[in-house]
Design a protein around this ligand. Sequence first.
Ligand code: ARG
Length: 471
Amino acid sequence: MNKKKPWQGRFTKPTSTDVEAFTESVSFDWQLYKYDIEGSIAHATMLAKCALITNTERDKIIKGLREIQNDIESGDFVFKEHLEDVHMNIESALIERIGDAGKKLHTARSRNDQVALDMRLWMRDQIKILTKLLTSLQYELVLKGKANIKIIVPGFTHLQHAQPVLLAHYLLAYVEMFERDKSRLRDCLWLRLSESPLGACALAGTTLPIYPEFTANLLGFYRVCDNSVDAVSDRDFCIEFVFCLSMIAMHLSRLSEEWIMWSSQEFDFINIDDSYCTGSSIMPQKKNPDVLELIRGKCARVYGNLTTLLSLMKGLPLAYNRDMQEDKEAVFGAYDTVKRCLSLITGLVKNTRFKAEIFARACEDGFLDATALAEYLVLKGIPFRQAHEIVGSIVKNCIKTSRILPELGLDTLKKYSPVIDEDVYKVLGTENCIRSYKSPGSTAPKLVRKQINEWEKRLSKQGEKAKRSRG
Ligand code: ARG
């Protein structure tokens, strides 16, 4: 096989096959082919505009590149290891197909600015996909909240019963987290990914009269990077992207952990559909929440990749260093992992049933209405610290006598504080308690219902917008 390299000129010996196998990246960066071709088409268009190639050469290049794309997509293209990476594979195939015009494509370009561009273009697309997946997950959570709007759960702090909260409110807390995740991705997309590195070439720019703003514009970037050295050395955007993924993975692991507990015999709050659980090879009775456990577990992989990227870039001198080739597997791996977790958990949320009767029973325990009673006393003019103390003693007594607060008669209550009146029974008990919440963002049913409506509208608008921008 002719193993000629595009950079063969100054070499007198062929590359060792071990070195070829060690330095190649095409086994994983082939995934960038679509973006590499999109970038090359824009670059060739710019070269023709600047009269560095003729229009005929440009057209030949574009046609050749499109054919290569078709071949890749129909499985008729063989990526060669000795051509190192996706960039040299495509360029060599182009030259093979169209001859001399193909040799002009790499004018005023280096693989250094090319790979920085490809990664940015790739990331832009994946951010759109992630945003859509996050929106679908949010939507399922909102729908579950809406369908179970009457269910009250014991809200926990320190994993101890704390105050009553609507299940919908709990679910909407995750919707908020995923909205922040989307906004982080949006920042990444519109702020840091909006600059084109093309034109930086190897690191210093070029002596040729090129028009990088034109290429940037064709590719949908707002502007060209101001500093060519930074343009090819920067992988901040990769780290930032994987950080965004890590944050999503962390949120998913919290939801997973919670629902793993909620599905245990001890809690028994939810039933995850059989189709989203697995069994045991020895214990016939088992039904395990393995999907959630794996989502919780895969978070480690994503964090690992973030650490890989941070360590990879630590202490790297300017400008491009081959170390940076290691960015791809970390970025792709984190992305693939989070993408799969998002679609799995969305299906799981849809296929989970909340057990109203069990929640209701659980709400009887742990004096969830104690804080509301203290606040009742505050409204009757008792300083909060004193009210806290009074309710503390009432609870102490209830624990001793195995009673709950609404069971106490007015006479008993009055012994602890004479300001307590008949109207106390309007705040005692979880239902009453929930209805008494007033503050914005609280779990008051009226507010939660309003939030559900707003999220529904907001998410369907986002879904529509995503559909329009794709179509
Ligand atoms: N495969 C390389 C990477 O991913 C492309 C850039 C190579 N540049 C170079 N001068 N060797 O980083």
